[in-house]
Design a protein. Structure first.
Length: 331
């Protein structure tokens, strides 16, 4: 890939979006995250990145004026169906800060992701206000719900994504298309279940023949190291997974063949689309919170590649070459 484009990322968390954008060809000028454990995770995996550990309100966007991409996974509680859905009245709503940084940094493109709840009818006025503010700043924009399962991630995990860009770039932007059937939970985790000699791994993988429910990490106030509410745990059980908690280790040669295993942190990360080399800092609950709240890297990469193509025009030029070549060959 050609030289990396520049990126300022806010609310970076444990690096799901960060990693995806990195793979898509964006180099981080700054990653902003308020949670200390998540900042340590970023440092563990990307030691050369400049990381601002603190509130996004303390970031001066003028220092990054003209950057290629402003990205972020702004907090979801104001719009989550699991919360009170206070929207703009929730103090955790950081869309105003994102818009401030757009005004100050004047990036070529913007990518902000949130939960599907933001797509609800009750937030239509709020969505329109964000688009109107972006238009005032000179940007064209669009919202889209993307399911992680469409990009090779073995869980549904719908995310509501905003992409905005200066007009000359936005006219070249296209949303990424689905990449086919996602791998099953069994296929994704079989090697981890079998690694320590569990004789039941093959049978378990055959049973786990679907994608999983959306993994949730909870917050500091709510949630623990389990796989979600009652309905989600029941769906995990159908796939042969005990969702009432997380295990410290996977099954081994002493584990009964008919055992119903719990996921480990490593397994949960694999379900989110993280590669095995990505490490998480902190104790089990803190690490799982980072994993469960992450934006799956394959989805961030897919959108990031489309934004990169829109900025550089390279994919557009290649499509035109392909069309001309097809016309010649068909003549």
């Amino acid at each position: 890939m050609a030289s990396k484009l520049s990126c300022l990322e806010i609310c970076a968390g444990a690096g799901g979006q960060s990693l995806g954008l990195d793979l898509a060809g964006f180099g981080h000028e700054l990653a902003v995250e308020i949670e200390p454990d998540a900042c340590q995770t970023l440092r563990l995996n990307r030691s050369r990145w400049k990381i601002h550990e603190g509130d996004v309100r303390g970031v001066d966007g003028t220092q990054y004026r003209g950057i290629d991409l402003l990205a972020g996974g702004v907090p979801c509680p104001p719009f989550s169906i699991a919360g009170k859905q206070l929207g703009e009245d929730d103090e955790r709503d950081l869309f105003p800060e994102a818009l401030r940084l757009v005004e100050e940094a004047q990036p070529k493109a913007v990518m902000l992701e949130n939960v599907r709840g933001l797509a609800a009818a009750k937030f239509q006025t709020y969505r329109k206000s964000i688009k109107a503010r972006l238009e005032d700043l000179g940007y064209k924009s669009d919202w889209q719900v993307l399911n992680a399962s469409e990009f090779g991630v073995p869980q549904l995990r719908p995310r509501f994504i905003l992409v905005a860009a200066l007009p000359e770039y936005f006219e070249r932007f296209e949303w990424p298309g689905a990449k086919g059937t996602p791998p099953t939970v069994g296929k994704t985790l079989h090697h981890l279940m079998a690694r320590d000699g569990w004789a039941g791994a093959d049978l378990w993988a055959d049973r786990a023949d679907g994608i999983g429910p959306t993994i949730v990490g909870g917050s500091r106030k709510h949630g623990g190291p389990d796989l979600g509410p009652t309905r989600a745990r029941a769906a995990w059980l159908e796939l042969g997974v005990d969702g009432r908690g997380l295990a410290n280790h996977g099954p081994d040669e002493l584990t009964p063949i008919d055992h119903t295993p719990r996921l480990t942190l490593e397994m949960a990360a694999a379900i989110q689309g993280f590669p095995p080399e990505w490490k998480f800092f902190g104790r089990k609950t803190a690490a799982y919170r980072q994993i469960g709240n992450a934006f799956p890297p394959p989805v961030a990469e897919a959108v990031g590649l489309q934004i990169r193509s829109a900025i550089t025009g390279q994919a557009v030029r290649q499509r035109r070459i392909n069309r001309r070549l097809h016309a010649v060959l068909s003549a």
